[in-house]
Design a protein around this ligand. Sequence first.
Ligand code: SF4
Length: 242
Amino acid sequence: MNPEKLVRLERMGLGPVWQLRSHADESVAMAVTDATAHVATEFATELSTDLAALDWDDLEATIRDCARCGLCRGRTHAVPGVGDRKASWLFVGEGPGRSEDLEGEPFVGPAGKLLDNMLKAMQLARGVDTYIANIVKCRPVDADGSDRPPVQNEVAACRPFLERQIDLIKPTVIVVLGKTAATSLLGLNEETSLASLRGEPHSYQGIPVVVTYHPAYLLLKPEDKAKSWRDLCLAQSLHDER
Ligand code: SF4
């Protein structure tokens, strides 16, 4: 790795310590019935058709008013996304956490600061040729009030919003942050490991997709930042080729 890249990598370590959101109830995801998921998928197909003609403002208004899955009941704010609506870079996480729910913006708080540092290392910035979104737009929360990953029917219900966002943005490259976001966007089995998805380009509707770690994970496992940097370098090379 050249010195300039090492400096950029070092910059990525500026984020403060943060506790990874709880994933303790992944068993909840496993408990979702096939029937529920099927209904959610049918519902999502209808929604995709309805969204196809919406511009950005109408799309965001629709997301903020949405009650298509149970996550609407606990939200403070829906979190459509943030950034340049014509960005060549799209970053996708799994869903809003507590801070994001309160502020209505994705990736705020310590994990957001680390993502900002990752962008800076790539000579990017939030809102400048980048758009940041999530698979689900409302905060998934456990019965005990802690953050959790979205489950299958929530992903299926919300996916058409991200699909429409991608249609509108037309990004050059998509960087997916974390396993849940990766398997959801790529339509893979949720048991697929992150390790098996890293290191090679994937594709969404012909757009290159690179999978890397979620910033919250990197705050807990900073020794994996070097691997994440390699993923970002892969994304950069794919971006520069197009
Ligand atoms: S998570 Fe998505 S589908 Fe569910 S209520 Fe929020 S915007 Fe609607």
